[in-house]
Design a protein around this ligand. Structure first.
Ligand SMILES: N[C@@H](CCC(=O)N[C@@H](CS)C(=O)NCC(=O)O)C(=O)O
Length: 219
């Protein structure tokens, strides 16, 4: 049975799942959600009323949430690259870092971007200031944490790096990491060189003009 992935190439959470699929060369049928009225958009709303993507379909199973998709792939479609360590203690560190990137990098980054999509009267400048402050705090913590690490949870590329790659990619466009946090910048560069993420970035290039804050001419 072919796996189906509902996603959009420019979406950060979609890229998180795509990295896991590409790392292990797992074949899947792409269902690109080109808006809610597209065939994939309509199928997605039947599968998952919250309509957030990515969503993975494997036969009669529907798996929501990028993290859970990666966990599911590791259990049901394992490959040579193990993204969640077998050792439960090492796995805890991976899951902790994964939560960090979702909650304290992606969430504030999306807040800033979604605010820019609102009409002026509905904007939330206080919330955006809070989000930018959270990104600064997250960058500072990560800069210290990465002192002895090549990848987010240590020596091995993992679920946490699948999250870090797209979230730091867009976070830097949204709220530049700059020279204040050299280890975060160096880690973001390492992620960009990882073939699985480089592929996801390349596949998303045609959509850069839609980045609401204006995509910088780099990466
Ligand atoms: N918690 C979800 C978040 C997914 C998410 O926010 N996806 C965005 C794209 S990056 C989305 O579906 N946006 C469409 C919408 O909000 O309608 C996950 O981990 O997969």
């Amino acid at each position: 049975m072919t796996l189906e992935l509902y996603f959009h190439p420019f979406s950060s959470y979609s890229q998180k799942a795509l990295i896991a699929l590409y790392e292990n060369g797992i074949p899947f049928e792409p269902q690109v959600v080109n808006g809610p009225d597209s065939p994939a958009g309509q199928a997605l709303s039947a599968l998952w009323p919250l309509k957030r993507f990515p969503v993975l379909v494997d036969g009669d199973r529907t798996i929501i949430e990028a993290t859970c998709i990666i966990e599911y792939l590791g259990l049901h479609h394992p490959g040579p690259v193990r993204l969640i360590p077998e050792d439960p203690k090492a796995a805890l560190e991976v899951r902790m870092m994964d939560r960090f990137f979702d909650n304290y990098v992606s969430t504030p980054q999306q807040k800033v971007v979604f605010d820019a999509l609102r009409i002026e009267a509905d904007r939330d400048p206080y919330g955006v200031r809070e989000a930018r402050a959270m990104l600064d705090t997250a960058y500072a913590w990560l800069d210290k944490t990465m002192a002895q690490r090549e990848w987010a949870a240590g020596d091995h590329f993992s679920l946490a790096d699948c999250a870090a790659a797209p979230f730091l990619f867009y976070a830097d466009w949204t709220h530049p990491i700059g020279e204040r946090f050299p280890r975060v910048t160096a880690y973001r560069q390492r992620l960009l060189q990882r073939p699985s993420f480089a592929r996801a970035v390349d596949e998303a290039r045609p959509y850069r003009k839609f980045f609401p804050l204006g995509a910088p001419d780099r990466d």
